[in-house]
Ligand binder design. Sequence first.
Ligand SMILES: Cc1cc2nc3c(=O)[nH]c(=O)nc-3n(C[C@H](O)[C@H](O)[C@H](O)COP(=O)(O)OP(=O)(O)OC[C@H]3O[C@@H](n4cnc5c(N)ncnc54)[C@H](O)[C@@H]3O)c2cc1C
Ligand SMILES: NC(=O)c1ccc[n+]([C@@H]2O[C@H](COP(=O)([O-])OP(=O)(O)OC[C@H]3O[C@@H](n4cnc5c(N)ncnc54)[C@H](O)[C@@H]3O)[C@@H](O)[C@H]2O)c1
Length: 473
Amino acid sequence: MTKIVIIGGGPAGYEAALAAASYGADITVVDSDGMGGACVLWDCVPSKTFIASAGIRTEVRRAVDLGINLKYDGALVSLPQIHERVRDLAFAQSSDIRSRLLTEGVRIIHGRGRLTEPEAGFAARHRVVATPFELDGADGPEEILEADVVLVATGASPRVVPGAEPDGERILNWRQMYDLNDFPEHLVVVGSGVTGAEFVHAYTELGVQVTMVSSRDRVLPGEDEDAALVLEDVLAERGVKLVKHARADRVERTADGVIVHLADGRTVEGSHCLMTVGSVPNTSGLGLEAVGIELARGGYLQVDRVSRTAVPGIYAAGDCTGLLPLASVAAMQGRIAMYHSLGEGVTPIKLKTVASAIFTRPEIATVGVTQAAIDSGEYPARTVMLPLATNPRAKMSGLRRGFVKIFCRPATGVVIGGVVVAPNASELILPIALSVQNKLMVSDLAQTFSVYPSLSGSVTEAARQLVRHDDLD
Ligand SMILES: Cc1cc2nc3c(=O)[nH]c(=O)nc-3n(C[C@H](O)[C@H](O)[C@H](O)COP(=O)(O)OP(=O)(O)OC[C@H]3O[C@@H](n4cnc5c(N)ncnc54)[C@H](O)[C@@H]3O)c2cc1C
Ligand SMILES: NC(=O)c1ccc[n+]([C@@H]2O[C@H](COP(=O)([O-])OP(=O)(O)OC[C@H]3O[C@@H](n4cnc5c(N)ncnc54)[C@H](O)[C@@H]3O)[C@@H](O)[C@H]2O)c1
């Protein structure tokens, strides 16, 4: 029986364990936080749960436009109750994952794992040192685990800017926000990536005054520009102040707030500062040097498309590899590692088919080739951008903004990418993702019945517009 040791119990680690369990492997997962990892306990799941509460307030705010006059009053929002729900849901999700793994026969060690020198000799197994945590938090006695296959899936942690170290009270990272008992009077969010944008949106919707410090000339610098501009408009309308071309140098704590000092000498004042300046991989102290693995730039573990490191039998998956820091990608990398190590047929990971979403209001969802890659000439494509304002369902729901974009190959009409900006874009992207994954043509999408009236009608209508172009070719 193949012995597998997985270090890290996030989506990369636990999905790998579930995949390997179905092949009857002997699996041990060593994890220091709890099953589900940072994804479930501190990052993805808590933030989306928090945003779900903010979404209710969005509906209350919008209700008046649809003839329902609900009282829109900050006093109605209970931050402690929202935070309790966030924590309860995250721990319940973690506990569900733990139960599932135990049912599948996976051994779980709550503790720290690191690699150590393998035994000498031909076909010697790898060795992982597990240091279990005792109930009082102290280290328990070490255990050496022998393994035919090791998967490193240790994730990443919030990046700390020297001079802006989080204190958990006024200067916070996103994991500490759920400890606040009262809303900040004025939240300064440093960093305008996906994490920053999602928190700016949520706090603004919950009635907090927010200033966003962006090192670039817009929010979401890595995302579709048209989508980012829609979000910028929405945030401006909601009263968010965006400070552009602003790199935070340090954050000073004052008697009753914070002063963010920017590299160009400007300052931004607020009551609290949330640092969303990216993450660093958890790859130190893993004993990688003992097995001859060198870290790549940024401290990431370098892997190929089937999650192999340079050392046979040692695989890596998820945020510690820096491939594409998404839960869905981490899980896929983890499963692929297991299939490959167990000698099963495996398709190397393809990032061009990954769908992802930003959970702002409206949501921004993307898949496949980007508009920027098309505009730069990297990919020849025909494109269409259909504003949601033309959609009957959008009109009925009082939606003013948003669009559907579809990109296809010029000659064949095969769908190669798309963007949806809509309140539920994370759901609406699926037909486009399905088309990209399965190389469907715009005519396939166009001929599919969508419900009338529905926002997904804009997906099929956008495809129809590209088919019409086909006819003229
Ligand atoms: C605020 C935020 C929101 C996000 N929202 C989304 C989203 O909506 N959708 C999405 O797809 N992605 C989202 N992501 C990204 C997603 O959370 C990550 O891509 C995902 O967590 C990566 O999973 P992982 O298994 O690689 O690592 P993690 O989830 O970080 O898990 C790694 C685990 O390994 C443990 N570990 C580390 N070192 C050791 C060690 N030496 N020994 C034992 N255990 C160890 C850690 O404690 C942790 O439990 C979000 C990220 C952030 C920051
Ligand atoms: N909904 C989702 O799926 C979701 C949500 C959050 C995060 N994520 C994943 O996590 C990844 C990382 O996102 P992120 O937003 O945490 O990090 P990021 O690295 O993408 O963005 C951080 C931003 O902070 C800026 N920055 C860095 N130092 C700064 C400074 N001193 N002053 C001002 N700005 C500074 C950077 O230029 C960058 O634009 C995403 O690419 C995504 O894959 C996904």
